[in-house]
Design a protein around this ligand. Structure first.
Ligand code: MN
Ligand code: MN
Length: 260
């Protein structure tokens, strides 16, 4: 089995800083960095031949993302997308919905991204999971790492039945158990800025790289798709966040391939 890989060069829906549109080629470069090898921690070697690499796409219209993703998904059963800001996850899920119907989502982030609109824009990177839930693209949405829950977003979570494991309550020994194939949406700012400084929103008190790896490695159902979003190279130090993103890409792929 091959895994489709696409990069979405888009950050126009960012509320604070631009930069994530620059991320995909830098994550690819880190993935192939000579300082590391292609072995994931489960022993699988995620060589370049694993990927059905569709390349990186410059996006001029937000609504093109769904069409490009549907085309790139094609006959592949699995896909990983490199973002881009988090607004892309709504069109990504629309494209996956055509193939899989409603799916379960694991969302790792400092932020719940459940705003009905943000500064008047319903498609802001602060809103994708409100759009996903109101359009019934997910059976179940579990969020981990949240540490900025506003009153409005708490109300939105209650309205849509979102299961939020706030960072203050996070316990590696009580990870969620899934029953259906899963989509992972990984916002790099879910990690603590000490581990991943290359993000637009530095929100202290987050997940360690090892905790995110444990979450991925403990998933008990097949992973059908994933995105890695919000890496902002303009804020990075020595490309260390590119390396973290590349490691998480490798580990998600290894988990995907271990279930087939
Ligand atoms: Mn986000
Ligand atoms: Mn975030």
């Amino acid at each position: 089995m091959k895994i489709a890989l696409q990069g979405i060069l888009f950050d126009e829906k960012s509320s604070h800083l631009r930069g994530p549109a620059l991320a995909p080629p830098l994550i690819r470069k880190a993935y192939h960095n000579d300082s590391a090898n292609y072995f994931a921690e489960n022993g699988l070697e995620i060589l370049p031949a694993v990927w059905d690499d569709k390349g990186d796409f410059e996006i001029h219209d937000y609504f093109e993302i769904e069409k490009i993703t549907s085309k790139n998904l094609g006959s592949n059963n699995r896909m990983i997308t490199l973002g881009g800001d988090h607004s892309i996850t709504y069109p990504l899920l629309k494209a996956h919905n055509e193939k899989y119907g409603a799916i379960d989502i694991l969302h790792i982030d400092a932020h719940a991204d459940l705003y009905d609109n943000f500064e008047g824009d319903p498609y802001s990177h602060a809103c994708p999971f409100a759009r996903i839930m109101e359009n019934k693209l997910a059976n179940r949405l579990v969020q981990i790492g949240i540490r900025t829950l506003s009153t409005h977003q708490k109300e939105q979570a209650d309205k849509y039945g979102v299961e939020i494991i706030q960072m203050k309550d996070f316990n590696l020994n009580q990870l969620p158990v899934f029953e259906n194939p899963l989509y992972i949406s990984l916002d790099i700012d879910g990690l603590d800025p000490a581990f991943a400084p290359g993000v637009s929103h530095h929100e202290p008190g987050g997940l360690s790289t090892r905790e995110v790896l444990r979450i991925i490695q403990n998933i008990n159902v097949p992973i059908i798709g994933a995105d890695i979003v919000e890496y902002n190279p303009t804020r990075d130090i020595n490309e260390m966040t590119a390396m973290v993103s590349a490691k998480l890409l490798k580990e998600i792929a290894a988990k995907m391939l271990s279930d087939n």
